[in-house]
Design a protein around this ligand. Sequence first.
Ligand code: ATP
Length: 259
Amino acid sequence: MKTIETKLAPKFTCRGVSVHYGEFRALHDIDIDIADRSVTALIGPSGCGKSTLLRVFNRMNETIPDARTRGTVLMDGTDIYAPSIDPVLLRTRVGMVFQKPAPFPRSVYDNVAYGPRLHGLAQARGELKRLVEKSLRRAGLWEEVKDRLSLPAPSLSIGQQQRLVLARALAIDPDVILMDEPASSLDPIATARLEALIEELKKRYCIIIVTHSMAQAARISDKTAFLHKGALIEYDQTDRIFTNPSDTRTQDYITGRFG
Ligand SMILES: Nc1ncnc2c1ncn2[C@@H]1O[C@H](COP(=O)(O)OP(=O)(O)OP(=O)(O)O)[C@@H](O)[C@H]1O
């Protein structure tokens, strides 16, 4: 009988990934496969290497003086650390949303149009307008700002600014969205909105999110990776990790007993 392959190839395959900052080894020997169209949460105690691992996926660690990344990172089977890969172009495929929303001190429109203009993604003005609208819609912000596109972006609420920077990332048509504690400066309502949005976005994108909130990881992620002192201790379906962690360090961390 013919076998039907139902398993999708991973979006990212990391093998033996280590990151050093000078002499300090922040991540060691990480092997991880990340699925497309899913949410992967990176959790673990402060300083365990979550943000460092997140930055591995778009080579952002290279922007840090003294940082060195070793190992293999394949995205759709291509080695993203190969000399032929331009990290700036890579970052158009792998967008990033940071902890604190930091829109440019320009209009709402110009914030979203920035990436497409820089990378020549929309030639005609009408095309650019449509792309800005599409990105703002996808980020769940269009209805709130459609009559105020010339408003300075910093005058939006923090929750709106976070969705604006998400729209800015979406405007360059990435495959992957990296999020570093995107809800840490949001109130519960803005957090719930962002989580609903992530649930929607994962139908199209590979989303990797660093979070300190166990409840958030449990709510939104399909898989969870638990890091400890730069090592990947456990990586599995989120419901399994939260109901039956196989490592006592994971268990202590998710139950708040971590010392
Ligand atoms: N630019 C840097 N230079 C030197 N060391 C760094 C740098 N960035 C991070 N580190 C160190 O690498 C380790 C991992 O840092 P990282 O920010 O990845 O951890 P994290 O798990 O995201 O922490 P947190 O939850 O507190 O944000 C930490 O010990 C940190 O001090």
